[in-house]
Design a protein around this ligand. Structure first.
Ligand SMILES: NC(=O)c1ccc[n+]([C@@H]2O[C@H](COP(=O)([O-])OP(=O)(O)OC[C@H]3O[C@@H](n4cnc5c(N)ncnc54)[C@H](OP(=O)(O)O)[C@@H]3O)[C@@H](O)[C@H]2O)c1
Length: 507
C-alpha cells in the first residue's frame, strides 16, 4: 500500500520495468535483423539490468554450430551494434544462458531438440517455462514455424507459464494473405500472446505523439478540421535496396512502409483520445480511425508511384533500381509511393492526409507535419506577408528527434514584414538519457506481456483493406515514373499536391 501519497505513487510507477523469469528463442538467428537489432537489444537490456538473472537465449538456424560458436557470433554482433558500452561482467552472465539448436524449419527432430533445450534451461536457469518465440525469418516460413511449435507441444506453457509468438513484418502481402496468416497463427497462439512487430511504435518519438496530444491542453483544441488544412506523413530513405532485392522486388515501398509504419503513424495522429493507455483501449481507437479512412475516387490523380533511376547521392554515383543486382530489368515495383487519404469522421472530414515514402530520396527523414489553415483574415499588407507560409507542427520521428512549430513573426525593422520562424524541441537537448532502440523497448514489452505497442490483427487487416485497391490499380497502370536518385521523387508527386493547391514539404 502506498497510502495515497501522490509523490510516492509517482516514484513507484517509475520503478524500472524488469522482465520476470523468461527466455527468448530466435528463429532465423543468422539473419541480418537478428545480428543488427535483436542480439544488440538483448545485450542492451541486460546491461540496463532489465532482464532476469537467469535469462536465456536460444538461437535456431541452419548452421553446424556449438553453443560457444553461437556465443561468439552474438558477441561480435553486440560489440559492433549495441547501444550501451560493453561490460565484461554483464556479458559473462548473459552468455551463460546461450544455447544453439541447429536445424531446418521442416526438421521435426530439431523442434524436439528445441523442446529439450527449453526444459534443460528451465532447470538450470529457472526460466519458469516462460518463452517468447521470435520469428525473424522470411515471411513465407511464418506458418510453418508456428505449426511446428504446436506440433511439438511448444506453443503452450505448462501451469502458469507463458509462451508468446513475435512476428516480424510483412504480415501478409494483401488482405487475403494477412487474414490467412492470422488464421494460422490464432489456431496456435491466443491473440493476446501474438506480438506483431512494427518497430516504429517502439520509437520514443512515436510514443510522444500520444504525450503531445493527450498530456497537453494547447494542441488538441486545434487538432481538427476547423484549424488543420492537411497532414503530411513522410518516411524518406536515402539508401537504395542494398542486398534485399529478393525481399523487395514485387513488394515495393507501399507494402513495405505505408501499410504498416505510415498507417500506424496516421492512426496515432488522427485517433480520438483512448479511455486509457492499455492495449485494448488503444487498439480500439486506432482501429476506429483506420476504419474511417477512405481512398479518393480517382486513384490515377491521387496516388503516385515511382522508381529510382541512376543518379548521385552524397557525392557518390548510384545505380538505378532496374540496374541493381537481382532485380528484373522489367520490374514495375515501386520504390516511391504517395497516397492521398481522407478520414470520414466529424474531426477530419475534408482534411487530406498525404502519405509518401521512398528510397534514394534527398535525405533520410521521417516526420509528421500538421499544416494549419491560413488566418481567415490578414490585417497586414500582402507585400508584408508574402514570405509567410502556413503554421505547422512537425513531429520529427527520425533522425534529429523532436518537435518543431512554425509560425509567423515580425522581421526586426521599421516595416511590418512578417516571415516564418521556428520553435524547436530536440530530445538531445532536453533530456540527458539517450533513447532506447525501438527493438530494446519492444523485446522488453514482449517479455513483460505488455501489448500496447503492437498492432493487433484487426489493424493489420484494416491497413490492407486501405492499400489493396491502390495496389490493384497500379497493377494495370503501366510502369512507375522514374526519378533521379537523390531527388525528392517523381514529378507526378509534385503535381498531385499542386492540383490540390499545396506542395510537399522539403524536410
Ligand atoms: N533486415 C531488416 O532490417 C528487417 C527489417 C524489418 C523486418 N524484417 C523482417 O525480419 C525477418 C528477418 O529478416 P532478415 O533480414 O534478418 O532476413 P535474412 O537475413 O534473410 O535471414 C533469414 C533467416 O532465416 C533463416 N532461414 C531461412 N530459411 C530457413 C529454413 N528453411 N530453415 C531454417 N532457417 C532458415 C536464415 O538462415 P540461414 O542463414 O541458414 O539461411 C536466416 O537466419 C523477415 O521477416 C523480414 O521481413 C527485417
Amino acid at each position: 500500500m502506498t497510502g495515497g501519497n501522490p509523490l510516492r505513487d509517482a516514484q513507484d510507477r517509475r520503478l524500472p520495468r524488469i522482465a520476470g523469469p523468461s527466455g527468448l528463442v530466435i528463429f532465423g538467428v543468422t539473419g541480418d535483423l537478428s545480428r543488427k537489432k535483436l542480439m544488440p537489444a538483448v545485450y542492451d537490456l541486460a546491461n540496463r539490468g532489465l532482464l532476469p538473472p537467469g535469462f536465456s537465449l536460444i538461437g535456431f538456424a541452419r548452421r553446424d554450430w556449438a553453443d560457444q560458436d553461437f556465443a561468439q557470433v552474438v558477441h561480435d554482433a553486440v560489440r559492433e551494434h549495441s547501444r550501451t558500452p560493453f561490460r565484461e561482467e554483464v556479458w559473462q552472465q548473459l552468455a551463460e544462458g546461450f544455447r544453439f539448436v541447429p536445424g531446418e524449419f521442416s526438421d521435426d527432430q530439431a523442434f524436439e531438440n528445441l523442446g529439450s533445450t527449453i526444459e534443460e534451461l528451465d532447470k538450470a536457469r529457472g526460466t519458469g517455462g516462460n518463452f517468447a518465440f521470435y520469428l525473424s525469418v522470411p515471411p513465407k516460413f511464418f506458418p510453418k514455424v508456428v505449426r511446428q511449435l504446436k506440433d511439438h507441444g511448444l506453443s503452450e506453457g505448462r501451469g502458469d507459464s507463458w509462451r508468446r509468438a513475435v512476428i516480424e513484418k510483412p504480415f501478409g502481402h494483401d488482405l487475403a494473405s494477412a487474414q490467412e496468416l492470422n488464421k494460422v497463427v490464432h489456431e496456435v497462439f491466443r491473440p493476446s500472446d501474438v506480438f506483431r512487430i512494427d518497430h516504429y511504435l517502439g520509437k520514443e518519438t512515436v510514443q510522444n505523439i500520444l504525450a503531445l496530444r493527450f498530456a497537453n491542453t494547447m494542441f488538441e483544441p486545434l487538432w481538427n478540421r476547423s484549424y488543420v488544412d492537411h497532414v503530411q506523413i513522410t518516411m524518406a530513405e536515402d539508401i537504395g535496396i542494398g542486398g534485399r532485392a529478393g525481399y523487395y522486388d514485387g513488394i515495393g515501398s507501399a507494402r513495405d512502409v505505408i501499410q504498416n509504419h505510415l498507417l500506424q503513424l496516421l492512426a496515432l495522429t488522427a485517433m480520438e483520445e483512448p479511455a486509457s493507455f492499455d492495449a485494448k483501449a488503444l487498439v480500439a481507437e486506432k482501429l476506429k480511425v483506420l476504419m474511417a479512412v477512405k481512398l479518393p475516387q480517382d486513384l490515377g490523380k491521387h496516388t503516385v508511384r515511382g522508381q529510382y533511376a541512376h543518379g548521385w547521392q552524397g557525392g557518390e554515383e548510384v545505380l538505378g533500381y532496374l540496374e541493381e543486382e537481382g532485380i528484373d530489368p522489367n520490374s514495375t515495383t515501386d520504390t516511391y509511393a504517395a497516397i492521398k487519404l481522407e478520414i470520414d469522421n466529424r474531426r477530419w472530414a475534408g482534411v487530406p492526409f498525404y502519405l509518401r515514402t521512398g528510397k534514394r530520396l534527398g535525405r533520410r527523414v521521417t516526420e509528421i507535419a500538421i499544416v494549419f489553415q491560413r488566418a481567415p483574415y490578414s490585417p497586414f499588407d500582402t507585400t508584408d506577408t508574402q514570405e509567410l507560409g502556413q503554421n505547422a507542427l512537425v513531429i520529427r520521428v527520425q533522425p534529429d528527434e523532436g518537435v518543431t512549430i512554425r509560425f509567423g513573426s515580425k522581421v526586426p525593422g521599421t516595416s511590418m514584414e512578417i516571415r516564418d520562424v521556428t520553435m524547436d524541441f530536440a530530445y538531445g537537448e532536453s533530456f540527458t538519457e539517450s533513447s532506447p532502440e525501438a527493438y530494446e523497448r519492444l523485446l522488453l514489452d514482449v517479455l513483460l506481456g505488455d501489448a500496447n505497442l503492437f498492432p493487433r490483427h484487426q489493424e493489420v487487416e484494416e491497413s490492407w483493406r486501405i492499400l489493396d485497391p491502390v495496389e490493384a490499380f497500379w497493377e494495370n497502370a503501366g510502369k512507375p515514373e522514374q526519378y533521379t536518385a537523390g531527388t525528392w521523387g517523381p514529378k507526378a508527386a509534385q503535381e498531385m499536391l499542386a492540383r490540390d493547391g499545396r506542395s510537399w514539404r522539403r524536410p
